[in-house]
Write a protein that binds this ligand. Structure first.
Ligand code: URA
Length: 288
C-alpha cells in the first residue's frame, strides 16, 4: 500500500493533501491544513496510516487522486479480427461442377458415386446409376431405388420394375436390347435409396439435379418419360401426377411424358387403362 506521500520539510505549507509528519516527513490526507496540526496530531495521523498498511513513500509532492480526471485514457489496442471461418460447402454448386466436368457416362457415374454431400449415400448399399442402353431414343426417369434396387445396384428390378418392363414390352420396347429402335435407358432422380422408402427430400433432389441434368445431356434421348411425382417435379417443376399424366411437357429441352409410377399402378389397377393410353402416345411419338 502506498498512502504515504512525500518526505521533506513541509512545515507551514498549506496543502489540502499534505500532513506534516514530523522532521523530514509528511503524509497525505484530504482537506487538512497542516498549519492547523500539532506534532502529536500529525504523528497520530501518520501512525493511523501505517496501521492502515501504508509501507512506503511514493512521491515527493502530495497528489490528490480525487482531483484526477475520472477517465483513464488507455492506448488503443490493435483490433485483432478472428480468422475467417472456412466457407461452408455448397452441395448444389459442387454437384454442378462435378457433373459439368464429366465428359461421358462412365465419368458421370464415378462422379455421382464420389459425391459426398447427400446423406442417403451413407445408408445405401449401392449407387444405382442406370440400366438399359445409352443409345436409346427414350429415357425413363423414376424416383429413387427401393430395397431390391439398392441391393442389386440396378433401377426398377422389384415388383414395380417388373410391371414397368411389361408396360414397355407392350409397345415393343426393352431395356435389354441395344437395338436403338427398341432400346430404353432407365435412371432415377436419386441414385440412393431413402430410408424406409420415404419420399425424397427437396434438398436431396436439388443437390442431385445437376447430375440428372448432365445424365440427360449425355444420353441425349429423343423423349423423356417421368414416372411419379418426384420425377415430374424434378424435370417439369410440377406435381400432381394424376392431373399431369398423359400431357406432353418440356424438360431439359426435350418432350416429356409424365406417367403414373408403376408402384402406384400396382396399388390402383384401375389407373392402368390411362397408363396404357400414355404408352400408345409414346409409341406414336417415337414412330414419327
Ligand atoms: N421406384 C423407382 O422410382 N425407381 C426404382 O428404381 C425402383 C422403384
Amino acid at each position: 500500500m502506498g498512502l504515504l506521500i512525500g518526505k521533506g520539510s513541509g512545515s507551514g505549507k498549506h496543502c489540502s493533501a499534505l500532513v506534516q509528519a514530523g522532521a523530514g516527513g509528511y503524509l497525505c490526507r484530504m482537506g487538512i491544513d497542516v498549519a492547523d496540526l500539532d506534532w502529536e496530531t500529525a504523528t497520530a495521523m501518520l501512525a493511523w496510516q501505517v496501521d492502515l498498511g501504508a509501507t512506503e513513500v511514493i512521491g515527493d509532492e502530495p497528489l490528490n487522486r480525487y482531483d484526477l480526471p475520472a477517465a483513464v485514457v488507455r492506448p488503443a489496442s490493435p483490433v485483432v479480427s478472428a480468422p475467417a471461418a472456412p466457407a461452408a460447402p455448397d452441395p448444389v454448386a459442387e454437384a454442378a461442377a462435378m457433373a459439368a466436368a464429366s465428359p461421358d457416362l462412365a465419368a458421370l457415374r464415378a462422379a455421382v458415386d464420389a459425391f459426398p454431400h447427400c446423406e442417403l449415400r451413407r445408408g445405401a448399399r449401392n449407387t444405382v446409376f442406370s440400366d438399359g442402353h445409352a443409345g436409346a431414343r427414350i429415357m425413363v426417369i423414376g424416383e429413387a431405388p427401393g430395397r431390391e434396387e439398392d441391393q442389386a445396384g440396378r433401377p426398377f428390378i422389384g415388383r414395380a420394375g417388373a410391371l414397368l418392363d411389361r408396360m414397355l414390352a407392350a409397345i415393343g420396347l426393352s431395356r435389354d436390347t441395344p437395338d436403338p429402335a427398341r432400346a430404353v435407358y432407365i435412371t432415377n432422380v436419386l441414385p440412393w435409396r431413402p430410408p424406409q422408402n420415404r419420399d425424397p427430400l427437396p434438398q436431396e433432389v436439388e443437390m442431385m439435379l445437376p447430375f440428372l441434368t448432365r445424365h440427360v445431356e449425355l444420353v441425349a434421348p429423343d423423349i423423356l418419360v417421368v414416372m411419379g411425382n418426384t420425377s415430374a417435379k424434378a424435370v417439369l417443376g410440377q406435381t400432381g401426377i394424376t392431373r399431369l399424366r398423359g400431357t406432353w411437357g418440356q424438360g431439359f429441352g426435350l418432350p416429356v411424358m409424365p406417367m403414373c409410377h408403376p408402384a402406384y399402378l400396382l396399388r390402383n389397377p384401375a389407373a392402368k387403362r390411362e397408363a396404357w393410353a400414355d404408352l400408345l402416345d409414346i409409341q406414336a411419338r417415337l414412330s414419327q
